[in-house]
Design a protein around this ligand. Structure first.
Ligand code: HEC
Ligand SMILES: [Cu+2]
Length: 410
């Protein structure tokens, strides 16, 4: 009787745990709720392997149970001698063949999808330059923040990646200091960002799925990279293509830093230009800065990748970044009074990109023109052209992707 109670207890516990665990799946963050083609394919592979595993477990359990039940001494008698089947060819062929068949069933889609998902050829045109028709993002991982460069239009942003839905988005991944790993769980598996060499892959974001998660997916660093590794988060804003184009055009439109509006913000701008501009750009150009690009900081959802976006949090962050992200590279880089910090914060909150200010047509034309120019240039002066960073990354990635695509982070 006691035993039965114990069983019931365990069953109850497992049920409750299962209920909790099933609540963990969130649209914006879960591998189990894929938000695009790549994630879906990887999810299907997981399902396939689980089904095969379950099949094996069930078949073996059934055979085992049958053997135990049927061959009891009670049934067969004390003197029963089982038939000796050692060396039986038929049996040996059968139990060698079954695992091979199962592995083949698993291997065919796995190999096919591995190659399919590593195919980033469309990212480049015939001259090995970034293809202006495709969406390409150069990602640089830094301790403990992310930079996103759109090489086709020369726009740089950070912490919040903006992508169009229902299109392949190609990524060139790189790190500036130590190894990190770029991971948008809902969109697909992670990939390492290395210091030497560029890893490339693509992801897709389904428009319907993006709507289900308020157009915001969560991204993570998936490689232990230092004390603030767990805080190295970023967001992915997945917008319909027209809105994405408009966002790019709006960003591109900002050539001069946004002028401060309120009085304290104007003061803040001056302080910013003295103490902060060495690391933080406020125009959407200049990849490879020492700190995140702040051009559209006022529009962000979060501060430093994880704090709620409020002026109060911003002041606290500027006052003592170390308290929020141990070992971050901004700590101790300036010395400001509380008042100065408040005005700088007021200025930063005003850094918004005016919606609809950019002209999408001009953006497209200039992207096409620049790629045409580049290709004719490179035809004549190949050496010079290949020293430009965006081209370098594109041609590097081809060599690297084949060898390092499989390197997942952990
Ligand atoms: C030595 C370079 C350096 C200086 C100088 C510096 N910062 Fe930073 N800042 C950084 C780095 C690096 C980060 C990223 C920290 C992290 O998330 O790990 C950062 C992050 C930030 C963020 C969060 C950005 C985001 O995208 O959410 C803000 C806001 C910020 N800094 C404001 C300032 C202000 C204001 C000043 C001047 C008073 C300043 N910084 C001076 C390097 C610097
Ligand atoms: Cu990291």
């Amino acid at each position: 009787m006691k035993n039965r109670w114990m069983n019931a207890k365990w069953l109850g516990l497992i049920t409750i745990l299962a209920a909790f665990a099933s609540g963990c799946g969130k649209n914006h963050l879960s591998t189990l709720r894929p938000a695009g083609e790549v994630g879906q394919e990887q999810f299907d592979l997981m399902l396939l392997s689980i089904i095969i595993m379950l099949f094996v477990v069930i078949v073996v359990s059934i055979i085992f149970t049958l053997a135990v039940v049927k061959s009891r001494r009670k049934n067969l008698g004390e003197d029963f001698e089982p038939k000796d089947v050692a060396g039986n060819h038929t049996l040996e062929v059968i139990w060698t063949a079954i695992p091979i068949i199962l592995l083949i069933i698993l291997a065919v889609p796995t190999v096919y999808l591995t190659f399919k998902q590593a195919d980033t050829q469309a990212m480049e045109n015939d001259d090995g330059e970034v293809n202006s028709e495709e969406i390409v993002v150069n990602v640089t991982a830094n301790q403990y923040w992310w930079e996103f460069e759109y090489p086709n239009v020369d726009v740089v942003t950070s912490q919040e990646l903006v992508v169009p839905t229902d299109k392949k988005v190609y990524f060139n991944l790189q790190a500036s200091d130590v190894k990190h790993s770029f991971w948008v769980p809902a969109a697909g598996g992670k990939m390492d960002t290395n210091i030497d060499g560029i890893n490339s892959f693509y992801l897709t974001f389904d428009d319907g799925k993006a709507q289900d998660s308020n157009r915001l997916f969560y991204g993570k660093c998936a490689e232990l990279c230092g004390p603030s590794h767990a805080l190295m988060d970023f967001k992915v804003k997945a917008l319909p293509e027209e809105e994405y184009d408009q966002w790019l055009a709006d960003m591109k439109n900002i050539e001069e830093p946004v002028q401060a509006f309120a009085d304290d913000a104007a003061e803040g701008q001056e302080i910013f230009n003295n103490s902060c501009i060495g690391c933080h750009a406020v125009t959407p150009t200049g990849a490879g800065a020492q700190g995140p690009n702040l051009t559209n900081f006022g529009d962000r959802e979060l501060i430093a990748g994880y704090l709620a976006h409020s002026e109060e949090n911003l002041i606290n962050w500027i006052e003592d970044p170390e308290a929020f992200k141990p070992d971050n590279k901004m700590t101790g880089a300036y010395d400001l009074t509380d008042e100065e910090i408040a005005s700088v914060a007021a200025y930063l909150m005003e850094l918004k990109v005016e919606e609809g200010s950019g002209d999408v047509e001009t953006l497209r034309e200039s992207a096409e023109e620049s790629s045409e120019e580049e290709s004719t240039e490179s035809g004549e002066e190949e050496e010079e052209a290949s020293s430009e960073p965006s081209e370098e990354s594109a041609s590097d990635s081809e060599e690297d992707s084949s060898e390092s695509d499989e390197e997942g982070g952990n």
